[in-house]
Design a protein around this ligand. Structure first.
Ligand SMILES: Nc1ncnc2c1ncn2[C@@H]1O[C@H](COP(=O)(O)OP(=O)(O)OP(=O)(O)O)[C@@H](O)[C@H]1O
Ligand SMILES: [Mg+2]
Length: 220
């Protein structure tokens, strides 16, 4: 089943002279783990932000199932349709680790006690022990903050999960753990998981590898 489709998508930044994403078309399926690889500056994060509904293509369309994102409520899409692990984590500094993980669930109306329990389980799954759940993100290492961002995403029931360099700050062992979790989300929960990465080990774990070069997206 197709989860998310790019149809001739191009993007030029405001004030920019040439597109950084050029006529990208691809059908991402549910139940699969994708890796998007390519040199720095090739347009990977820009592509991800359009899949995330954070930016709108200048030309072409992003389609969720049968619905064009242009006609969807994008706030709702970002809340329920898609979960994002950002390159820069985007944890809220004034919320504790646990509160950061709980926030999207609370925004979806999940009761606090259930959200807390799910958050605690997800944090332990990514290797953040209970004693750290009440800390603020600034009191964690970079790799730990990255795993908190991953735990936050695990708790979302969204059908699409997007991750920008989710293992960029992790050692080999934690990279394996995170990739195993992402694979399971795709294969056992039928989510569409798309990971942007420079790491060959991450690309290896994916079902399909896409390449970005100078804004052009190709498979294989
Ligand atoms: N806000 C912006 N305004 C103008 N140009 C931008 C902006 N953000 C990114 N760019 C440019 O768009 C191009 C693609 O950037 P993008 O962040 O998508 O690359 P990337 O493939 O994710 O790179 P990296 O691997 O380094 O994260 C780059 O040339 C970059 O300089
Ligand atoms: Mg990037």
């Amino acid at each position: 089943m197709t989860a998310l489709t790019l149809e001739n998508v191009s993007y030029t930044y405001p004030g920019g002279t040439s597109p950084v994403v050029k006529n990208a078309s691809y059908a991402f399926e549910a139940g699969k783990l994708y890796a998007v690889v390519g040199p720095s500056g090739s347009g990977k994060s820009t592509l991800l932000s359009m899949l995330a509904g954070l930016d709108t293509p200048r030309e072409g369309d992003v389609v969720l199932g049968e619905e064009n994102l242009r006609s969807l409520d994008l706030d709702k899409y970002r809340r329920e349709g898609v979960s994002i692990i950002f390159q820069a984590f985007c944890l809220l500094p004034l919320l504790t680790v646990r509160e950061n993980v709980c926030l999207p669930m609370e925004m979806q109306g999940i009761p606090e006690s259930a959200a807390r329990q799910q958050a605690a389980e997800a944090l332990v799954k990514v290797g953040i022990e209970e004693s750290k759940h009440k800390r603020f993100p600034s009191a964690l290492s970079g790799g730990e903050q990255q795993r908190v961002a991953i735990a936050r995403s695990l708790c979302s029931g969204a059908p699409v999960l997007l991750a920008d360099e989710p293992t960029g700050n992790l050692d080999g062992e934690n990279t394996k753990i995170v990739m195993e979790i992402l694979r399971r989300l795709a294969h056992e929960e039928n989510r569409c998981v798309i990971v942007v990465t420079h790491d060959p080990e991450v690309a290896e774990a994916a079902d399909l590898v896409l390449r970005m070069k100078d804004g052009v997206l190709t498979e294989g």
